[in-house]
Design a protein around this ligand. Structure first.
Ligand code: M6R
Length: 615
């Protein structure tokens, strides 16, 4: 969380910093600040709240903005200290010569703070970052060299960080450092950029150096030097950035979320391309690095993920157990890391993460790597930390997802898991579902059109969204392979509308949650023709008998049962197995239109951040 940006060159730094921060707002948005260096002076401007507030502040500082060609900036998602102006970055030391922005958490900040207080440092904020500012300044006092000060300081810091620092006595450089928090240096012509993520710099350059953990760098306008953890200079590895600037435009949609929901047809086509050739052909997964022989030795699968990615993993369990006949456990990464987990060389561990930067999942993957398990990473970011830890890297290629609420990345994760499950089953030559698999492949090929058809007829969903937008609570129920759809539908609604929504396995309703049902509690039931259909219908009857308002999301309702529902959203028919990929589109739209009707900040919901880089 938090986003950092830096610029050094001949252009007006403030414009580049503000534009960069606007593309990092998804990482956090409770305050923002920039430091502008001109000559041997540094001016700092900060504002509480969203970036627009900082832009307002800068309108009155145009003289400084015009003359500053070097600067660093930050957008904050508070961890230590309230989201106030004083806690906003950049932070400085006593003499204000050094200015710093930081992403991450300094775990030993209390200990360091006590040492620095004893040395006379005066703290103004409640942040852990200010400790780093004083610490580096303290080291500068011993070395008179910003690079050396940074190198010495990071060795004393425990925790995660990406730092950008400038110093009045070294006005030709920005010094950066990284450990367990993303940082990329954009390489330009007579100018260079620093950012937490590519969208911040993609409009200026397509060349970049990804800093690795424990590296420190000196970025000048015409040179970049990177040092490893032994403080030795290493050669720069310049890579080509994968995103086009167009990906960060709303393309006429009111919100990125709506645009991203509408992109899902193409996202599916993209993933299937080259992997699903025809229903009769086996799935081709060149990026999955285990041989047939090794696949046959896999005794268990462990899926580790968080939030929406975890819900995709739960669907993955159903299909891997069904088609590949391998016992599969799914666990939130944050729980996985604090247990003695049993994984060995016959375990396939699948980490799922849109961003590839989720701290809990990174820690879990690092932990399990020691057990010699094969690590497959399903991610949208092939340039991420998790991707670099992968033995098999399965890219979902959904294109950059800007809205904090994950939509197209979820469907892309689902499709990747369908392909993987079929692939594993085919490698193991499991024949019991042969016909069903051919049918599933046919359905997968037709899926993009079905979803696009659904997206063309959303009037009913909009009407229902408006009707239910004033309710304070919601329950989502489903069974079988759609139980994760209920969880994900509820999460989407919660995230962007702040309505208290909970997903349950429909069979669990009578074991407790039913006590909450009355006419103020809408129940949304997912019904797909299949083995659990009748059971979910009975659970709907139970809910109706308690006066709950019932919304059905269904591919079929018999005429005799229609009166049971207050509202119905009919969806295109697909097999029960593939139904999560269709149902979720309806639930995303419902959540979107409720939030939009309520006037919520859909793309940047309160308290959330797109990539959760703290444990
Ligand atoms: O980048 P990741 O997929 O690892 O992120 C995991 C969760 O933080 C994420 O899915 C979160 O739940 C989203 N806000 C969902 O919309």
């Amino acid at each position: 969380m938090c986003g950092i940006i830096g610029y050094i060159g001949d252009k007006k730094a403030s414009d580049i910093l503000i534009s960069g921060l606007s593309h990092l707002e998804y990482r956090g948005y409770d305050s923002a600040g920039i430091a502008l260096m001109h000559g041997k002076d540094i001016d700092i401007y900060k504002a509480e709240g969203k970036l627009v507030n900082l832009i307002e502040v800068l309108k009155t500082k145009q003289d400084v903005c015009e003359k500053s060609k070097i600067g660093i900036g930050h957008i904050r998602w508070a961890t230590h200290g309230l989201p106030t102006t004083i806690n906003a970055h950049p932070h400085t030391c006593n003499c204000k010569n050094l200015t710093l922005v930081h992403n991450g958490i300094i775990e030993n900040y209390q200990e360091l703070k006590e040492e620095l207080l004893a040395k006379g440092c005066i703290f103004k904020s409640q942040t852990d970052t200010e400790v780093a500012a004083h610490l580096i300044a303290n080291e500068y006092g011993k070395t008179n060299n910003l690079l050396k000060a940074m190198q010495n300081a990071v060795k004393k810091i425990k925790g995660a960080f990406a730092f950008c620092a400038i110093h009045k006595k070294e006005p030709d450089r920005i010094v950066v450092a990284k450990r367990n928090a993303p940082l990329v240096i954009g390489v330009g012509q007579n100018e260079n950029f620093i950012a937490s993520d590519i969208p911040a710099i993609i409009e200026y350059t397509k060349k970049a150096i990804y800093l690795s953990d424990h590296q420190v760098g000196v970025v000048k306008k015409d040179s970049i030097e990177i040092y490893d953890e032994n403080d030795s200079l290493i050669s720069n590895k310049i890579e080509l950035l994968p995103f086009e600037a167009i990906a960060i435009s709303k393309m006429g949609y009111k919100h990125f979320m709506l645009k991203e929901i509408h992109e899902q047809g193409d996202v599916i086509r993209n993933i299937l391309s080259g992997k699903l050739i025809s229903p009769k052909d086996s799935i081709v997964l060149e990026d999955f690095k285990l041989t047939k022989e090794q696949i046959n030795k896999i005794k268990r699968v462990q899926i580790i993920a968080c939030g929406t990615s975890l819900h995709a993993g739960l669907v993955g369990k159903y299909i891997i157990e069904k088609f590949a006949k391998i016992p599969t456990d799914v666990e939130p990464s944050s729980e996985y890391i604090y247990r003695d987990t049993i994984a060995d060389e016959n375990t396939l561990v699948i980490g799922i993460s849109q961003s590839g930067e989720t701290a809990d999942t990174i820690s879990a993957i690092k932990q399990v790597k020691e057990n010699n398990s094969h690590i497959a990473i399903i991610t949208n970011r092939t340039d991420s930390t998790m991707a670099r830890l992968a033995d098999s890297l399965l890219a979902i290629n959904a294109g950059i997802e800007v809205s904090v609420a994950a939509t197209k990345s979820y469907i892309a994760q689902l499709i990747s898991l369908y392909l993987l499950a079929i692939f594993l089953g085919e490698a193991k030559e499991i024949s019991c579902y042969k016909d069903e698999i051919i049918n599933l492949k046919q359905e997968l090929i037709k899926l993009p059109n079905k979803i696009e058809e659904l997206l063309e007829h959303t009037e009913n969903i909009k009407t229902i969204a408006k009707k239910y937008s004033s309710f304070k609570d919601f329950i989502f129920i489903a069974r079988g392979i759609n139980y994760p759809s209920a969880l994900e539908g509820a999460l989407k609604l919660k995230e962007i509308s702040y309505i208290n929504a909970t997903g349950y396995g429909a069979g669990e309703l009578k074991h407790g949650p039913i006590a909450m049902l009355d006419s103020d509690m809408p129940v949304l039931a997912i019904l797909n023709t299949g083995i659990v259909y009748d059971k979910v219908l009975s659970n709907c009857e139970e809910a109706k008998a308690r006066q709950a308002r019932l919304i059905g999301v269904a591919d079929y309702i018999a005429p005799k049962d229609k009166d049971l529902f207050d509202d119905l959203i009919m969806i295109p028919k697909v097999s029960d197995t593939l139904s999560p990929a269709v149902n979720i589109v309806v639930l995303q739209l419902l959540a979107y239109y409720i939030a939009e009707y309520l006037g919520k900040d859909v793309d940047q919901p309160r308290n959330l951040a797109k990539s959760v880089t703290v444990e």
